[in-house]
Each structure stands twice: as C-alpha cells, then as structure tokens.
Write a protein that binds this ligand. Sequence first.
Ligand SMILES: C=C(O[C@@H]1C=C(C(=O)O)C=C[C@H]1O)C(=O)O
Length: 249
Amino acid sequence: MKKIRISAVSYTNTTPFIYGIQHTDFVDKIELSLDIPADCAQKLIDDRADIGLIPVAATLNMPEWHIVSDYCIGANGAVASVFIFSNCDIHEVKRVQLDPQSRSSNNLARVLLKNFWKIDPELITDAPDYATPSDPYTAFVQIGDRTFGKAEQYPYAYDLAEEWQKFTGLPFVFAAWIANKPMSADFVKEFNKALKFGLENRLSLFKVLPHRNDFDIEDYLLNKIDYDLTDKKREALFLFLDLIRKLDR
Ligand SMILES: C=C(O[C@@H]1C=C(C(=O)O)C=C[C@H]1O)C(=O)O
C-alpha cells in the first residue's frame, strides 16, 4: 500500500506528536518529514505531502482541505513562543518585520494591529536585518524555538495568543493537522490514537529533550501549548480566517 506522506513542524512544540507517531505501529504506514511551518504548508499545496501540521492561515490558499485530527498546536491565553518583540510600546511602532517561517502568526499580527491595537505600521517581509533591527521603532514577529528565552531581552514582548484572547475572549489555533484530500475514517482513528499516545507520554519525552536554563520546556509543553482542538478553538479558527479575509478591505 502507498504510504501516506506527512509533513510536521520541526519545532519543540511538535515533539509530543512525533514521539506518538514513532512509538506506535502507525509509523509503518506513513512517510514523515519535518519542516518549518511555511514549508509544511507549501508541501500540502503542491501535493508533495498528503497531510501536514500546517499553519491554519495557509488553508486560505488551498482549494480543498480537511481537518483530520482532534489535536492541534493551540493556546488558551499566553503561548510563550509567538511574539512581537519591540524596543518601544506597540502604539509607537512604525515598522513590523514578519517572520519568514510563519504563516499564521504573521497574519495574527496583522489582525491584531488593525483590529485590536488599531495601528497601521509598515509590514516588512524578508527584511535583511530580520530579528536584529537597529531602528528603535522597528519591531519583529517571531515564532517557535528561536523565541525561547527572548521575552526577557526586550523591553516589550507581546505574546500574540494572549493578545488574541484579550481581543476575542477565545483560545487560538496556530496549526492543525490538515489533509489536501479525504482520508479514510480508519486512518483518522489510528492517527488520533498515535498523537494521543505521544501527548500522554510527555513525561518520558522530557527525559530526552535538552534542558534550558532560560526557558521552562516542561511548562511549555504541558501548560502553554494547548493541544486539544476543542469547539472553542474551531470557532476561533474560523473567526481568524474571516478576519484575515477582511484585512485588505
Ligand atoms: C505556537 C507556535 O505555533 C506555530 C506557528 C505557526 C505560524 O505562525 O505559522 C505555525 C505552526 C506552529 O508551530 C509556535 O511554533 O511557536
């Protein structure tokens, strides 16, 4: 039988899922690749993968997509790894550099700038001085492991899941397991079982993950990343997609 091709995010927040996939029989049925979020999305769009843990914002560029799991990369309040880092208050920011690895959080930043903070700074993609702007009024979006330990290094660090919750009262979904074609109910059931196994064994995973003095990885994977794709998170996902569609209007 042809193996299902799965592309997952290469960040620490995905390691419980990878652990589950690699420690169950499910591993024999699939071909797994680890990619940055923007590439997970592109592989699914180009049909170089069948399922991806993809940034939800990328679904706006897909003619067909199906959520194939009860789990996601989400947060209920602060997520601790998605920020706008700035040297001045957000209301004084003149330019925002976007993160080349992100699709969801760049759009979340745009949604919040327009609708919550009600400001209109210039947005910069692929800045040559990305993440090290010398101009004090230039802030930057950053996601994933590269943010670990950085919140204390900047006078202003806006956690975008926390700001989204202040704005909407809702949790947030950054990435979900999405297929570009229908998957059988049996496959989905087995997939969920493997992911659940990984989540239930996070304590075993901590024994092999590298320890950091400047960031509490255990707290991050147990309490900050919220993996259940609940009804409230689905509501947030569709509201987010709607707000992105309205951005340029
Ligand atoms: C919370 C996070 O969610 C990530 C954010 C994404 C994005 O902004 O496109 C995509 C995948 C997620 O892994 C994170 O990695 O820090």
